[in-house]
Design a protein around this ligand. Structure first.
Ligand code: PGA
Length: 240
């Protein structure tokens, strides 16, 4: 695991966008694993600027998002599909039909999950997986537990996560109680991992990545098993 310490969120976002852009330039038909949440917004903004001003070309790329609330309609303003449209897809030339977000409105979650992993495999696997981290150490919606899931799966959200995400809804009662999430195996099979950690409230989760222990109660620690994982953190996350 490689750590990059940045001064602030702006620098973290720039460094992340540079790594993603390098992947797209090196392999234009690459497969990107994308994440939602507050953390990647700055990197997405920078990628949009690179597209507009530097001609960064996403026309041959494709993407798979980590997760989606369940049940959730794709056009709901809090859906992750909506988030991606607003923060990235509408700002770059990644063809819409090449973007995938798990369907939060499926009536057959097990089949949707199975088909999602099969689609990633058919696409040749993920070249670069972008991740945020929860205050509780989750990645995607692989929530802390005694056991974790390898494949894309339907999962209940923890109270911690519902509380953390309530800021985007009018109340905690409106936050969906479940999500469809890539599993730990779906994530760890990506050829490269890029984890972004920003802000004081991520300090405790980040500390779990420094030592050598792997702990299902902090799912991000499994990234230590990956041969090419980079963590970019800002000074607030680092210093607490
Ligand atoms: P955040 O979420 O970027 O909004 O902090 C990250 C996560 O919960 O995975």
């Amino acid at each position: 695991m490689r750590f990059i310490l940045t001064e602030d969120y702006e620098e973290l976002s720039r460094r992340a966008a540079e790594i993603i852009a390098a992947q797209v330039r090196e392999k234009p038909a690459c497969v990107l694993g994308l994440a939602t949440g507050s953390t990647p917004i700055g990197a997405y903004r920078e990628l949009a600027r690179m597209y507009r001003e530097e001609g960064l070309d996403f026309s041959r790329a494709r993407s798979f998002n980590l997760d989606e609330y369940y049940p959730m309609s794709p056009d709901h303003p809090q859906s992750y599909r909506y988030f991606m449209e607003k923060n990235l897809f509408s700002e770059i030339n990644l063809p819409r039909e090449m973007t995938a977000v798990p369907s939060g409105d499926t009536d057959n979650p097990p089949e949707t999950c199975r088909a999602y992993d099969a689609a990633i495999e058919d696409a040749g696997g993920i070249d670069l997986q972008l991740l945020g981290i929860g205050q509780n150490g989750h990645i995607g919606f692989n929530e802390p537990d005694d056991t974790l899931y390898a494949s894309t799966h339907l999962t209940p959200l923890t109270e911690d996560t519902i509380r953390a995400n309530a800021r985007f809804f009018s109340s905690a009662a409106e936050v969906p109680t479940h999500a469809i999430s890539m599993g730990m195996g779906s994530i760890l099979r990506a050829r490269k991992i890029l984890l972004l950690v920003s802000g004081k409230n991520k300090h405790e989760a980040l500390k779990n990545l420094y030592h050598d222990k792997i702990d299902p109660h902090c799912p991000a620690t499994f990234l230590k098993l990956h041969p090419d994982a980079t963590v970019i953190c800002d000074s607030e996350a680092y210093n607490g």
